[in-house]
Ligand binder design. Sequence first.
Ligand code: ZN
Length: 713
Amino acid sequence: MAVLNRKNSPTSNTAGDTNISKGTLSKRCSETFKAALRIHGGTVSNTVPAAAGLVETLVVKFPQNSLVNTISRKRKLCEKVFPQIYNKKVQEFETSEQNQLRSISVYFAKGVMGKRKYRSVCKTLSMKRSKKKGKKFERLKIMSCKVSKLLPYEKLMACVKSIDIGWIGNVREDFCYDFDEEDKVEGCYRSLTQFLPFMASFYLRVSQENLLWFNNKINTFHVVVGGDGAPFGKDETACSWLVSFLNRGRHILSSNENFLIFGANCSESSLVVQRYVKFLFSEMSEIENKTFQVNGTEVKFTFSEFPNDLKMLAFLAGELSVSATYFSTFANVNTGNCDVVSGTFGPGPTHTWQPWRYNQRVAMAKEVEKLKLKLEKQKGSKVSKRKKVTSLISDKKSRQEFVPLLGQFVDRAHIEPLHPKNNACQQLFRRILYESIGKSALDKSVVHFDQVPSSAPFSRLVNCLQKTAKLPRLAKKVRRWFNETNASGSDFQYRFTGQDSRMFLHNFMLVIDSLKQPADSEKQTFTLHVFAYICLQLRQIVSIVCRVVSIRLQDITQLKGYCSNLFRACCLFTSSISPTIWSIGHIIPAHALEVFNKYQLGLNCVSMEGRESKHMAIGRYSTNTNFSGRWGQIFSHEFVQLVWLRERGFYEEENLQHKQTYIPKRVTNGESCFCGFEIGPQEQKCHYCSHKYMDQIEKSIKLGKLLVDKKLI
Ligand SMILES: [Zn+2]
């Protein structure tokens, strides 16, 4: 009877709400309690066995969701019992290694936070304003459970300082020993003999499956070395050298894969850097002849690529810093013969231009040294002596002054594609800009951009940059340049960024078309077609050159064709050949082939892209550092973020995919003409590409001579 009654009025409904009277509930509890004491062998003075038995019953006999459901209704359990258990664990966690790691990772995530920001983040994460009297802040709690705290700043720093970052040398002591006190510079450097095996071991541990090996030589690391000015704001000159490894494939373009080996407050071609490079060279020569034991594996190193800008490369090759006539480190081309339409580059005597040979470099350097010794004994001003030196070099049709700092390694250097790409985009844009101004035939009274009639090609060009071509920064620079100079003589100087180049190559047809007028003369129409042709070649070149992986021999063959087209078009249809255009025409395809034959990689593996973004990272590491200890801290921060934390699983791979598309989607999915311009329904080609001029341009280029009326050019 009693059992039936209870079945008819159970202690709770199916949802878990108690819905019987308080009296009945308390009676039922007493009964359960007594029964539990009896069953589990407890007494009124020792209830522990009953509690243990009841909890055991709860855990074993009830499904988890009904426990969650019923227990979450009990404030005593939720806000008193569990927090007491949990808070003890939080305390343990806060002193654990896990929390140390977590805190260090927070401090170093995407650049260094700095003391004040870190402290403020710590506070925001786990504290709140207190309502209690005399207390400003109290711990943030959820159901009385404390939110765990990050490590306090001082403890964090103590942890960071205890991390062994390997041997670091002092630039001031080791490379400035004989300088006057005020000329000494601050800086740090690493020894490759120590650092390379360390990095090899690191990569073998953290990303072995992602390492590429070349020509079946497993465990041979291909080291990439280069240096550059690293700007820290306007007032400080700085120079940094970085290493990376070709074995990391396309990741080499990430700043996280480029590691500092030298950083100092000096210019990139100073005596300090000269001394450092000599040290580097001696290390490199020794390392290549050795085998290293790394985690029980035999490892070798070879110095493969030297991504440097042209100025740094000239410095490393011992060449004149400014050699106007012989402008290339890679070939004996000069301004007098760089526009030979059908000229070729290669090592043989039949080629128009050949690479500089190492023994020629050394022979020339010796002659220069002899002359310098002779001049030292003679009277005369410094300027006139210098002139004698430079005229000797130019008389010998050379640009060589010293023995290359990098020794024979200089022969391994390949052209870096990032700067030629941006420079070429800039130069082509400049031609389009000047054409637009010429066509606009502006009155002399027009001295401000606002006065330019909106129908003028110049105004339409700027408008197109601003709106449709997605180049608003460029539009702004053009307006400012016009307002400052009225386009009367001084060149439009603006360095294209990677983003500018990408947008320009995506949208050049829109930019070119903005210049079109119904009343265009034949010559003006022809010019637009030349622009369209050249820009399209450049886009195709860049789309191949910007790859590190996924490249085939046929891509390199195509590249050679596009490069030759671009060069010939510039020779035949434009007034001059710039060193950039010459290098794209001849050095880029030759070096792309060499690099492909060596590693089956694209030329972008020599790119400075990762290095340029590393400069920004160095800038971030340097914030919150004081001047004297700056480089030490930068080296330490870099190591902790890129090596130490990464070994412990805190690492985000950078997404680099988006940077590699130079061909717009509308072209790849066939919505537009191949050049990127709009097409009508049922049309294969736009009205530029199907124009008779385009056909004439193509034929002229194929034959390497003009097949069009000279009046058009
Ligand atoms: Zn087209």
